[in-house]
Design a protein around this ligand. Structure first.
Ligand SMILES: [Zn+2]
Length: 133
């Protein structure tokens, strides 16, 4: 049996119901309020039932819809509109390996050493000319 979509005006939400094709055009009872809901064409899903700009499905699970896929969080921040973080699996930010951490530490130490050498060498050090002392 095909799946059809229905819109409950009372709940302002969309739900899906499986039913035989012969009864496709008949209204279906809303799973929330049990009122009769009219069938809608699937393409109109996003057109009139929105939550913060996202289509809302009933029974309401507190979820959002993004490009016809269910997501837990609405899109926030600076994401490209077609890349919801829950749908587009990004490479997790790679943590530096132990070796890389050691290299970075050695580099910092070498720089500190170099700076100390410069101070100890008596090379002219440029002081803040405002002379607040
Ligand atoms: Zn309803």
């Amino acid at each position: 049996m095909p799946l059809y979509e229905f819109f409950c005006k009372h709940c302002d939400g969309v739900f899906e119901t499986m039913r035989p094709i012969t009864k496709a055009s008949e209204p279906a009872p809303c799973p929330v309020c049990r009122r009769q809901a009219g069938r809608i064409p699937p393409t109109s899903f996003a057109a009139f039932t929105m939550r913060e700009g996202y289509p809302r499905a009933i029974p309401d699970r507190g979820t959002y819809w993004h490009l016809e896929q269910e997501v837990k969080q609405p899109l926030r921040g600076s994401f490209r509109p077609n890349e919801h973080p829950e749908l587009v699996k990004r490479e997790p930010k790679r943590r530096p390996s132990k070796g890389e951490v050691a290299i970075a530490r050695d580099k910092a130490q070498a720089q500190a050493k170099e700076a100390k050498k410069m101070r100890d060498s008596g090379a002219p050090i440029i002081h803040d000319s405002t002379g607040a002392s």
